[in-house]
Design a protein around this ligand. Structure first.
Ligand code: FAD
Ligand code: SIN
Length: 546
C-alpha cells in the first residue's frame, strides 16, 4: 500500500450495537482506546432495555458456583460447555458489583447480599437473581448509557446500521483473512459509509424477529450472526430458539413479556376453566425450565383448541404485585386486565437465540480482528436451552474479557478499504416486495419451524427460504440498500441457519423437539455450520467437539 494511504492515528474500535454487550465492551475499552458505537435505531431500542426478570449473581449464603453451573447444565440439556458456564458463574458476583458501582438501582434488601433483593426464576435451585423490580433491563441500560454519553473517548452513532464486515476479500488481498472494519448505512442521510477499525465487535443481539410472534424488539433481526456468517465465521446451535412461555395474549400488544419471576414468586398456569396443568408435565410445576413449560402450554393449547392459557397471580395480592411487578401491573391495567383480580392470558413466543457466532471466552470469532459478544454469540453457556437471567450476565462477563483482549492486541492502522460502490444500482421502485417477503418469512418460520417440528415441515421451510433468498439477492444486487432490505437479507440468512441446523439434529433435546426423532441420543454435540463455499453451495457441518 502506498505510504499516503496509511492513516496517521490508530483506527477506533467499532462496536456494532448499544445493548448491554456493546456498552460493556465500550466502557471497558474507552479508558485506553477511542470507540465508536453504532445503533441502527434509537439508542434505547434493543432487548436489553426490555429485560424484566433480572441478572444472575451467585451471591447468597445458600448459593454456590457449583449450584449455578449445575442449574445451567440441567436447563441446557447436556450441551452446555462446562468451562464456559463455570467461568461465567465465577465472575457473576463481580459483574453484579460492577453494575451496582455503575449506578444501577437494583431493588434493595438490607438483609440481602450486597444489600440486594434476590428473586427466583424457573430452573434455579435458589434465589439468585438481582433485579430492579420488573424493569431490570431499563435500569441497567439507562445507567450505562449515562456513563457512555459522558465519556470523551466514546462516539455514539444512532441510526447507523452496519451492513457487512470488511475483510481481506474487499481489499483483494491474498493474505490470511482478517477484519479491517465495517460498512454502515447512515440511515438519515441514506449513505453507506466505510469505517476502518482496529477491531470490530458484533453486539447486535438475537434474531427473534424471524418469527411471527416474539417478545423481541424490532432490532432483533440477527444482523451480527448474518454478517459473521457472510464473512466466513462458524455459527453454532441455531436450532435452539427459546420460546418464552408467557407472552401477553392481547390484540393490541403482541410482544409484551410477563416475566418468569412472576411464576418464581408463586403465580400459577391454568386452563381457561381454572384447572392447573403443569403437574401433568413436570414435577417442578411452573418452575420447570422454559423449554418444558413452553412445550406444555403448546400441548395444552392444541389439545383443547384454545388460543391462550392463563397465568394466575391474583392470590399474591394487590400490594405485592404493585411493588414487585409495577410495569406489568400498569401495562395490563391499561389494557383492561387487573392482574390482582383477573388471570392474565398468555402464549409462548420466540424469545432468545441460544445459538450464534462461535466465539471463545474473549469474544474472538474465526476472523482475526472480528469479535462478538452477547445474544449474537454461541459461547457454549446456554447449550440446548438458556437458563433464565443468564443472558445479561454473559453480556457483562464476556464484554469485559473481550475489551481486555482487544487492548492486548494493540491499536492497528488498517489500510483504507474501498468505498461502497453504488454506481450499478438504482432507487427501489417497489417496497411491497420487501414487506411481503418479511411477512411470508416470519409466518413460515412460525408455522413450520416452531416449538414442535417435523422433518417434512423443515424441508418445506428450507425450500421456501431458498426461493425468498433468490428474490432478495436479486433485489440487493439491483437497488440502493435501505434498512428493511438489509434486515430481511439478514433474517433470511438466520432462517436458513436455523432450519439447516434443525434438519441436522436427529434427536429431540432442549428447545429442539422433532416428532420424527422424539428421543434424546445418549451422546450429542453442538451443531456448527461453516460456510464452505461462497456461492450458494451447501454449508459444511460438524460437531464442535467432533
Ligand atoms: P441488545 O440489547 O438486543 O442490543 C442490540 C443492539 O444492536 C441494539 O442497540 C441495536 O440497535 C443494535 N444493532 C442490531 N443490529 C445492528 C446493525 N446492523 N447495525 C447497528 N446496530 C445494530 N435476559 C436476562 O438475562 N434477564 C432478563 O430478565 C431478560 N428479560 C428479557 C425480556 C425480554 C422482553 C427480552 C426480549 C429479552 C430478555 N432477556 C433477558 C434477554 C436479554 O435481554 C438479551 O439477551 C440481552 O439484553 C441482549 O443484549 P445484547 O447487548 O446482546 O443485545
Ligand atoms: C423473564 O423475565 O422472564 C425473562 C428472563 C430471561 O429471559 O432471562
Amino acid at each position: 500500500m502506498p505510504e499516503s494511504e496509511v492513516p496517521a492515528s490508530p483506527a477506533p474500535v467499532v462496536i456494532v450495537g448499544a445493548g448491554l454487550a456493546g456498552l460493556t465492551v465500550a466502557l471497558h475499552l474507552a479508558q485506553r482506546h477511542p470507540v465508536v458505537v453504532l445503533a441502527k435505531r434509537n439508542i434505547d431500542e434493543g432487548a436489553t432495555a426490555w429485560a424484566q426478570g433480572g441478572i444472575v449473581g451467585v451471591l447468597g449464603d445458600d448459593d454456590s458456583i457449583e449450584s449455578h453451573v449445575r442449574d445451567t447444565q440441567d436447563a441446557g440439556a447436556g450441551l452446555v460447555d462446562e468451562q464456559t458456564a463455570r467461568f461465567i458463574a465465577e465472575h457473576s458476583a463481580e459483574a453484579v458489583a460492577w453494575l451496582v458501582e455503575s449506578g444501577v438501582p437494583f431493588s434493595p434488601d438490607p438483609q440481602g447480599p450486597l444489600g440486594l433483593h434476590l428473586t427466583r426464576e424457573g430452573g434455579h435451585a435458589v434465589r439468585r437473581i438481582a433485579h430492579a423490580a420488573d424493569a431490570t433491563g431499563k435500569a441497567i441500560h439507562d445507567a450505562l448509557l449515562e456513563r457512555v454519553r459522558q465519556h470523551p473517548n466514546i462516539t455514539l452513532r444512532e441510526r447507523w446500521m452496519a451492513l457487512d464486515v470488511i475483510t481481506s476479500r474487499h481489499l483483494r488481498r491474498e493474505e490470511q483473512p482478517q477484519c479491517y472494519g465495517i460498512y454502515a448505512l447512515d440511515i438519515d442521510h441514506q449513505r453507506v459509509e466505510t469505517l476502518p477499525a482496529t477491531a470490530v465487535v458484533l453486539a447486535t443481539g438475537g434474531a427473534g424477529k424471524v418469527y411471527r410472534y416474539t417478545t423481541n424488539p424490532d432490532t432483533a433481526t440477527g444482523d451480527g450472526i448474518a454478517m459473521a456468517w457472510r464473512a466466513g465465521c462458524r455459527i453454532g446451535n441455531m436450532e435452539f430458539i427459546q420460546f418464552h412461555p408467557t407472552c401477553l395474549y392481547h390484540p393490541q400488544e403482541r410482544s409484551f413479556l410477563i416475566t418468569e419471576a412472576m411464576r418464581g414468586e408463586g403465580a400459577h398456569l391454568k386452563l381457561p376453566d381454572g384447572t392447573r396443568f403443569m403437574a401433568a408435565h413436570d414435577e417442578r410445576l411452573e418452575l420447570a425450565p422454559r423449554d418444558i413449560v413452553a412445550r406444555a402450554i403448546d400441548f395444552e393449547m392444541k389439545r383443547h383448541g384454545i388460543d391462550y392459557v392463563l397465568l394466575d397471580a391474583t392470590h399474591l395480592g394487590e400490594s405485592f404485585l404493585r411493588e414487585h411487578f409495577p410495569t406489568i401491573y400498569a401495562r395490563c391495567l391499561h389494557l383492561g386486565i387487573d392482574i390482582a383480580r383477573q388471570p392474565i392470558p398468555v402464549v409462548p413466543a420466540a424469545h432468545y437465540t441460544c445459538g450464534g457466532v462461535v466465539t471463545d471466552l474473549q469474544g474472538r470469532t474465526d476472523l482475526p480482528g472480528l469479535y462478538a459478544v452477547g445474544e449474537t454469540t454461541y459461547t457454549g453457556l446456554h447449550g440446548a436451552n438458556r437458563l433464565a437471567s443468564n443472558s445479561l450476565l454473559e453480556c457483562v462477563v464476556l464484554g469485559r474479557t473481550c475489551a481486555r483482549d482487544i487492548l492486548d492486541r494493540g491499536a492497528k492502522h488498517p489500510p483504507l478499504p474501498p468505498a461502497w460502490d453504488e454506481s450499478q444500482v438504482e432507487n427501489a421502485d417497489e417496497q411491497v416486495v420487501i414487506a411481503h417477503n418479511w411477512d411470508e418469512l416470519r409466518l413460515l418460520m412460525w408455522n413450520y419451524v416452531g416449538i414442535v417440528r417435523t422433518t417434512k415441515r423443515l424441508e418445506r421451510a428450507l425450500h421456501r427460504i431458498k426461493l425468498l433468498r433468490t428474490e432478495i439477492d436479486d433485489y440487493y444486487a439491483n437497488f440502493r440498500v435501505n434498512r428493511d432490505l438489509l434486515e430481511l437479507r439478514n433474517l433470511v440468512d438466520c432462517a436458513e441457519l436455523i432450519v439447516r441446523s434443525a434438519l441436522m439434529r436427529h434427536e429431540s433435546r432442549g428447545l429442539h423437539y422433532s416428532r420424527d426423532f422424539p428421543h434424546t441420543l445418549p451422546v450429542s454435540f453442538p451443531t456448527v455450520l461453516l460456510r464452505a463455499h461462497r456461492d450458494g453451495k451447501k454449508p459444511k457441518a460438524y460437531g464442535l467437539s467432533g
